[in-house]
Every structure is written in C-alpha cells, then in structure tokens.
Design a protein around this ligand. Structure first.
Ligand SMILES: Cc1cc2nc3c(=O)[nH]c(=O)nc-3n(C[C@H](O)[C@H](O)[C@H](O)COP(=O)(O)OP(=O)(O)OC[C@H]3O[C@@H](n4cnc5c(N)ncnc54)[C@H](O)[C@@H]3O)c2cc1C
Ligand code: HEM
Length: 677
C-alpha cells in the first residue's frame, strides 16, 4: 500500500470543504465572520470527540492508576482548549455580525450537540462517584475535570451574555438566563419547553452599535434568604492580592470572575500593569507562612523554580543604626523569587482547578449601583473605545487594582463619599538593576542597608532565580538614584559602608536601571464607610500601600487573604463591611511598622505623620531599640519578628526583656568589617 500523504492521512479535502456559511459569498465580510463561527464549533466537536474517547476508556474500567491520571489530565487540557476557543470567539467575532447571521440557522443550537450532552453526563457520573471508593488522587483529578467543564460553561455563558444580552437563544430558550440556571444545577440534557415568543425574538433588527446589553450574571440575583453563599464575585485586578482573594472567595461563591487589564504571558515576566515587577521583592517569613497555608506546596514549587531562600540575619549583611548586625543573632527565613516568578506561580496555582474565570485585556472603568449598594462594574476591552462598554453584575465587587486604584473616584461618580485617606510620604526614590556577579565575600548572600533619620541612603542586594542579582538603591526625594548604568553604580558610593559599592564594581549589569517614585504609605479607610460600602471589598495595595523599603506588601496580601478566610469560616457570608474591617486589621501591623519608621524621616509629609510629645517619646525609645539590634540577640530577634510581621509592633513596648535592654543597657558595638558568620 502506498504511504499516505499529509493531506490524505488527515483527510483534509473532506475536512476543509465542510465550512459552508449560509451568508451569501458576496457579503464577504459577514460570510467570513460566519465561517469563523462554524470553524470554532467544528473544531470544538473534533477536540471533544477525543475527550469522549478518553473518558469512555476510563468509564469502561480499562484503566490502571497511571492510565487514569494520564487520560483525565488529557481530558482536562482538551476541555481547557475548548474554553480557549470560546475566548477566541468572544474576542474576535463582532457582535453585530453574529446578530446579523444568527437567523440563518433557524433553531439550530449547541443544545443539540450529542457530544456535549454526553460530556456533561459522563463528567457528572464520574464525579458523582468520585468520593465513593476512588483513591483520593483519582478523586482530585476528577475534581479538576469537573472544574474544567465548569470553566467551559461559565466562559460560554459569558460569551452568550456578550453576544445576546437579554435576547433569547436560537434553541428556543431564554438564552443567557436559561444557561445560567443550568450552571446553577438546573436540569441538564433535556430540551426545555419553548418559552412564549418574546417581542424581540430573532426578527429584531440587529443593533449595529451602542453599548452592549448587560451581561447576565451566571446566577440569578442572590436570594435574600441564602446568606451562606455569594452568587457572583467580581475581582478587579488579577495580580497577587486579587488572585489570593479570588482563591479564598471561590470557596464561598458560585462563581468568581477576575478582570485584569493586562494580558498574561505564559512564562513569568514583567508586565505594564505592575510597574514594580522589575524591582527587588522579598517574601517575609509571615508571608511565606500565609502563602503556604493558602496554597500548600507553593513554596516548594518556587524553590524548584530556583527561588533562593535566605536566613536573616545569618546570610545577609544588614547595616542598621550605623553598624552591621551580628550574623550570629537568631535567624528567620525569607524568600527572594523575582516578583514575576512569584505572581506567575500564584496565578498558575489559583487558576488551576478552581471555579475562577479570568478575563484579561479587560479594564474596569467604573462601578454599578448606588452608594451603599454596589452591584457590579463597568468594563471595556483594553485599548477599545467606549462602544465595548459592558455592565457586569455581581453581589460582591473586590477592588485589587493596586496603588493606583481609582475606586475613590468611582464611588464619587456614583454620588457616594470617597474613603478618608491617610498618608505618610518620605518621597523615597528607588532604582533597580539586574546583575550577574560572584557571591559577596564571607559567605554572604546579599546586603540590606537600612536607611534611617540620620542616614538617608538604602540598598538591597539579593539573589533571584536564574543566577541573577537584583540590586535596588534608594535615596530621599531630592537625591534619587540615577537610571544610567554608571551613575547607578557610582550612587552606591554614598552608602554608609563601601561593601556594596565594592561588590558592584565587580558585577556585570544585564539590564538598564529602572526608577520608581511612588513609595508613599497610603491607606484608604473603606472600613469607615460602614454600610455605604455594601457590595464592595478593597484589598492589597488599593487598600493599604506601603513604602516598599520594608518589603511587606506581598506578605500583607497573603496575610489578608488568610484573615478573609477566617472571617468566612463561620459558614455564613458576613456583610462586606465586616470583611473589610478584617482585611484592614490584617494590614495594621505593617502600616504601624512602616509609618512608625517613616514618620521621623527628614522631609516626611502627610496627614498621618506621627507628631507631638508622645510620638517624640516613642521615637526616642524606638531609636534606643534600633541601636541595640546589631549586638543584642534578644532585641534583634524581637525587632526582626516585628519587621517580618510575626508579632505586633506593640511587643517592642510590652516585652519586659526588650524594655529592660532598651532602657537599662548600652548598645554593644559590632565590628565595622563585613560581618562573618
Ligand atoms: C519598588 C517596589 C518594591 C517592592 N518591594 C516589595 C518587596 O520587597 N516585598 C513585598 O512584599 N512587597 C514589595 N512591594 C509591594 C508589592 O509590589 C505590592 O504590595 C503588591 O504587588 C501589591 O499587589 P496588588 O495585587 O495589591 O497590586 P498590583 O500588584 O499592583 O496589581 C494591581 C493589578 O490590577 C490591575 N488593574 C489596575 N487597574 C485595573 C482596572 N481598572 N481594571 C482591571 N485591572 C486593573 C493591574 O494591571 C495589576 O495587575 C514593592 C513595591 C514597589 C513599588
Ligand atoms: C456566538 C457564540 C455563541 C452563542 C451566542 C451561543 C449561544 C447559546 C445559547 C443561547 C444556548 C442556549 C440554548 C439556545 O437557546 O440556543 C447555547 C447552548 C449551548 N451552546 Fe452555545 N453559543 C455560542 C457558541 C458556542 C460554541 C462555540 C459552542 C461549542 C461547540 C457552543 C456549544 C453549546 C452547547 C453545548 C450548548 C448547550 C449547553 C448546555 O446544555 O448547558 N456554543 N449556546
């Protein structure tokens, strides 16, 4: 027998002759749009046939454990590919085109797809029996399959909402409302009774422009009698705080949608919406603990991806209060993955196998509802004009849009009062550059030069994955570190000890330095809006942005997600203002540390700068504590635990051991040379 050709093996003649739009070819543009609609449906059916082959094999009981994992994993990925095709349609099929050609196919509908019916039935059957008798590993894989199908269904619903709004479906259903009810567990498999013909059944002329109709929520309006579950949560901002919050809320909501302005890349990398992603980031011990609680195994994944783990002060040259801190003082761990790696791994874990949908390239431009009752958000496709405006309803909107978040303006646009704002701004300016270099001398794995009221220059030198060193230099507002390579290295000469400058002179830069100036501590008191904040929860930097020099923001995002989880643990979903108070409480220690250290800095401005005789007394006491940190293991440990957010700042005032040492002893000097272990 002759060998087949590529075309004959794949039967391309048949395959490629079966796209037959019903729109006349002379309406070329419209006909091509309809062709795309057909192609996506056909491609879906082909991929789906493979899912059914795999599930059929499992169902027939022919699979051992590794075959089971392999087949289910393949099915999950195939279903995710189907979901990707829906997203493609959502992004590239013009709504006005769809509304013009949809009448041509009469009552034909995806509802008639035998393969999809079989998929839904098989997955239901397999997952219903998942608990009974299956090893936990297999049950977990089936859970992922169930999640993948849910993702397909909610992406489809989102697509339908965009294309149809309130219009009925071609399959003689109410369209979006019918599908939403099925997503909520309504009858599957059988065709619904035809609804009475509505006034705007398919004969309605297609709207050609203007705002799209509201996208129906995946669920009907929340029933006031069911306080145990949120129906639809919208999280605005798909970075660390948004993702972790979505992860927690997904356990208490029918559906969570994350809206992110940027497009995500497959691999870790900086992105425009997170301008700080090129700067050094540390994950404090408290943040590591919190992330481990939220996403067990994540820290191991980061380590496997090359993220360094350091002991502080054991591995670092930390310069504080005019001295090196003794490396023999007790240490605690930190991790130093790059910001993009950390976010990438968090994202991968949060979005795998959960009921969270993400819409990237989607920008929120305002809130829906009225003061005291936020009911959703206004969105548009990024880069598109206002004609792509959509209203997305939700019973809880989470703002995780970071430091530049605009919720105060959005509340004001609805006629509400914006939250009070507290600010302490030292004007600290940053610049960061990536280097290749040898390890510093003496087993050191980095430097941390802490600025203070008497010494305004700071440096952070830390390893990151990929054999790189991230170096951040900082100075007061009128002495910003330069962003040209020579100027950057020269600036290090201003540091109070020559070690960093000397090490930099042997290092090779692999990027140009990048600057950053928005370092004010800014906290917005959404917790004080009380019932005016109903339906709204603000998290992460959008709530409380901190001077990055203390390296706390990521840890606070994780600690806040843990606090949220605890607040929700009672079963009943508390009102948004109670959740808001819990989240704010969880960021308070970090706020107190950062504003406490920044208030006495020369040139600090803002309405929350600590002043007056009590503040001066407190500052004097804390200066005595800081002076004792380098040479006193007890004070060093207590201070480190506060900085690492392991104990509240007040312990520095209430611990008798710390009080005694701060008030009754003199500071022990440490050697001026680089500290040895
Ligand atoms: C220079 C610098 C260094 C830092 N170093 C450290 C450190 O060492 N350790 C540490 O723990 N923290 C550090 N931080 C703080 C840390 O980066 C932040 O606390 C953390 O990133 C906050 O996360 P977030 O999710 O709240 O906001 P971001 O990470 O800022 O994310 C906000 C997201 O919202 C999206 N978005 C914004 N507006 C919209 C909209 N209208 N619609 C849809 N999406 C929108 C953005 O695209 C982005 O993805 C540093 C910060 C800076 C500036
Ligand atoms: C413009 C794009 C699409 C729109 C507007 C749309 C609309 C609808 C509507 C309104 C329904 C409900 C039944 C009805 O009245 O027709 C439905 C069901 C369905 N559609 Fe789509 N659809 C689209 C794309 C797709 C694609 C690409 C597929 C993949 C093959 C698909 C598969 C299905 C399936 C399987 C159902 C039944 C769902 C269930 O049983 O819960 N649809 N669609």
């Amino acid at each position: 027998m002759p060998h087949p050709t590529y075309a004959s093996y794949l039967r391309l003649d048949e395959l490629l002759s079966s796209q037959q739009p019903l729109t006349p070819p002379e309406q070329r543009d419209l006909s091509d749009s309809e062709r795309l609609f057909i192609v996506v449906h056909q491609a879906s059916e082909i991929l789906l046939s493979q899912v059914l082959v795999d599930l059929g094999h499992i169902d027939a009981g022919r699979c051992g454990r590794s075959c089971f994992t392999h087949r289910v994993d393949r099915a999950v990925r195939l279903v995710d590919a189907l979901t990707g095709q829906l997203t493609l349609l959502r992004r590239t099929l013009r709504r006005e085109d769809f509304l013009r050609f949809r009448d041509r196919f009469g009552t034909a509908s995806g509802l008639e797809s035998e393969q999809f019916k079989e998929l839904f039935l098989r997955v239901r059957r397999l997952t219903r029996h998942a608990g009974g008798g299956r090893p936990p590993e297999e049950a977990r894989h089936l859970g992922e399959l169930d999640d993948a199908v849910r993702r397909w269904r909610s992406t489809h619903l989102e697509l339908v909402g965009h294309m149809l709004g309130d219009l009925p479906g071609t399959g003689e259903t109410s369209g979006g409302r019918f599908l939403a009810a099925r997503l909520d567990g309504g009858p599957a498999g059988e065709r619904p009774a035809a609804p009475p013909p509505g006034p705007d059944r398919g004969d309605t002329p297609a709207p050609r422009s203007g705002p799209a109709a509201p996208v129906p929520s995946a669920s009907p309006a929340p029933s006031p009698g069911d306080p145990n579950r949120l129906r639809h949560v919208v999280v605005v901002g798909g970075s660390v705080a948004g993702l972790l919050t979505a992860h927690v809320l997904a356990d208490h909501a029918e559906r969570v949608t994350v809206l992110e302005r940027d497009h995500y890349e497959d691999a870790p990398g900086p992105r425009a919406g997170v301008p700080q992603s090129r700067h050094t980031h540390v994950l404090l011990t408290s943040g590591m603990n919190a992330l481990d609680e939220l996403l067990p195994g994540l820290l191991t994944e980061l380590t496997e991806a090359g993220a360094p783990r350091l002991a502080v002060p054991g591995d670092l040259g930390v310069w504080q209060a005019g001295q090196w801190i003794s490396r023999r003082n007790p240490s605690a761990p930190i991790m130093t993955p790059s910001r993009p790696l950390l976010e990438h791994r968090v994202r991968r874990r949060v979005l795998a196998g959960s009921r969270i949908d993400v819409r990237t390239g989607t920008e929120v431009t305002g809130l829906l509802g009225r003061p005291g009752h936020i009911t959703g958000v206004v969105v548009r496709d990024r880069g598109a004009g206002h004609h792509t405006r959509q209203d997305l309803t939700a019973d809880l909107v989470v703002d995780a849009t970071g430091r530049a978040g605009r919720t105060p303006q959005w509340l004001a646009e609805l006629g509400g009062r914006p939250p009070a704002e507290e600010v302490v701004d030292t004007g600290r300016a940053y610049a960061t550059c990536v280097f290749h270099a040898d390890d510093p001398a003496g087993d050191l794995r980095g430097f941390y030069i802490v600025p203070d009221a008497g010494q305004p220059f700071g440096a952070i030198v830390l390893p990151a994955e990929g054999d790189r060193w991230l170096v951040t230099l900082s100075g007061p507002r009128d002495q910003a570190p330069p962003t040209d390579p020579e100027g950057f290295a020269d600036f290090a000469d201003r540091l109070p000890h020559p070690a960093v400058h000397k090490w930099l002179s042997t290092a090779r830069p692999v990027t140009r330095p990048v600057g950053y100036r928005h370092t004010a501590n800014r906290r917005r008191r959404y917790d004080r809006l009380g019932r005016d904040g109903t339906g709204l929860l603000v998290v992460g930097d959008a709530l409380c942005a901190l001077n990055p020099v203390y390296g706390q923001g990521l840890s606070v995002a994780a600690l806040s997600a843990v606090a949220l989880r605890k607040e929700l643990a009672g079963g009943r979903v508390p009102p948004a203002h109670a959740l808001q108070r819990a989240v704010l409480r969880s960021s308070r220690p970090a706020w107190d540390v950062a504003t406490g250290a920044d208030s006495p800095m020369p040139g600090a401005t803002g309405n929350a700068v600590r002043s007056g005789p009590v503040a001066r007394l407190l500052d004097r006491y804390l200066a005595r504590v800081r002076d004792r940190v380098p040479g006193d293991p007890v004070v060093c440990t207590a201070n480190r635990d506060v900085l690492f957010l392991l104990t509240p700042p007040r312990t520095l005032l209430t611990s008798p051991r710390v009080l005694r040492r701060a008030l009754l002893t003199t500071a022990v000097p440490t050697p001026r040379d680089l500290p040895t272990p």
